[in-house]
Write a new protein. Sequence first.
Length: 182
Amino acid sequence: MKVCLHLADGFEEIEAISVVDILRRADIEVEMVSIMGRKEVVGAHQIRVMADVLFGYVDYSQVDMIILPGGGQGTKNMDEHSALNKQITQFAADGKWVAAICAAPTILGKLGLLEGKSATCYPGCEPQLKGADITSPASVILDGKIITSRGPGTSFAFGLKIVEMLKGLELANLLKEQMIIG
């Protein structure tokens, strides 16, 4: 099981790092992928993170899930990255997992991937979830192979939902207990 979490300048640090941490605790192989053309990526709160790999070096045929953390500028940078958008669209077409949190579900909306699906996002971004059912108040929503979540405060629930889908509810519950998540 291999997951790629994508980083762009302006990404929301909590949504990226907490999810990577949770997935690695579950023994899921996670690569942090920079779309910036350099490994150092600067988050929305000026926290510098070193990605594991640059986008152009990823073999997506070996990847099971694409994860998109939010953050206003980070989402804008990912949205403008045509090769990433092509991969996201291909993953959805192939029935592979796609997960996005905060503002990042807007990318899925613009790509038409939420049409007829339940989804959520950061409050105020809902109009950009083209064709999605946004009536659920849930902090994390699973619809088919797409997982969406609301924002920084829902990062743990988002990470645990990914673990549940990739490795099972039992492990997700164990991690929740071990990490003392209420």
